[in-house]
Design a protein around this ligand. Structure first.
Ligand code: SAM
Length: 245
């Protein structure tokens, strides 16, 4: 998969190149990451990429001309959707990540300052994506969130493919709790079922915890889901156990 990022701060993406699962994805050649700086597409000595907003007001706006040239250069080798990171975009969720991971190419446009000249959004951007209802200073961290979330879904990137399948949101539920050694930590024991070696009981316990957590923490997800008979029974058990505690 080819991911090209348009950013005034290409060095920030060294973090993606050098660490964790994105590094693995790049080393294995499963994801290729290109960075393009709009400053390289300016004509003046100061390599100006921003200017004051028409109509007045605070801050600066990213200028259309260098951005247009930069985007057009990217489009010569990347014909996938051009996505602008924006707090005004559709909210990123696992379903959208999975949809993006299906593309063989995508390009990500990172804003800075007050944002990007609207005419670029109208003429060149295919969609806008937000990482949540809050504002950060630039599109770089949001773009890195998108890159990492996508990379872990690219086949071959994760050591164990089923780990992504069992993550929160993949099947509409939150993940179950996890434990590792030691068996007792500060007097708190690992649930005995996990030490039982009984795979069916473990599977049911995990599903029960997933259902219970989702019901407790994200009731909106449970409301939007048709529970089968086993799931209904396990959720009831979880609710009764909470009641007993
Ligand atoms: N004035 C803009 C607004 O209120 O909609 C915010 C501009 S913000 C300071 C600068 C850039 O950061 C944006 O152009 C966008 O690329 C990025 N950004 C900020 N918050 C974001 C979010 N929640 N999701 C995605 N990108 C975001």
């Amino acid at each position: 998969m080819q991911i090209d990022v348009i950013t005034l701060f290409p060095q920030m993406f060294d973090a993606v190149r050098e660490f964790g699962i994105t590094r693995v994805a790049l080393e294995k050649g499963l994801v290729c990451l290109g960075c393009y700086n709009p400053r390289d597409y300016t004509d003046d000595n100061y390599r100006t990429v921003d200017d004051r907003p028409y109509g007045g007001g605070p801050g600066m706006v990213m200028m259309s001309e260098p951005l247009a040239k930069c985007i057009d250069a990217v489009r010569e080798q990347n014909s996938g959707p051009l996505i602008c990171l924006s707090p005004q975009g559709e909210k990123l969720d696992q379903k959208l990540v999975a949809e993006l991971a299906e593309s063989s190419n995508i390009a990500l446009l990172c804003g800075r300052y007050e944002g990007i000249d609207e005419r670029i959004l109208e003429s060149r951007v295919d969609r806008e994506i937000s990482i949540g209802d809050y504002v950060v200073a630039g599109g770089e961290f949001p773009a890195m969130v998108v890159v990492e979330a996508i990379a872990r879904l690219v086949p071959g990137v994760l050591g164990n493919a089923s780990s992504a399948a069992e993550d929160s949101f993949t099947d509409g539920l939150l993940d179950c709790p996890h434990y590792t050694r030691p068996e007792v930590f500060e007097g708190s024991e690992v649930p005995s079922v996990l030490l039982s070696g009984n795979h069916e009981r473990i599977m049911h316990w995990r599903l029960k915890q997933s259902l219970g957590r989702t019901w407790t923490r994200r009731p909106d997800l449970i409301r939007g889901r048709q529970l089968d008979e086993i799931e209904q029974r396990l959720l009831k058990e979880f609710q009764l156990e909470q009641h007993d505690d």
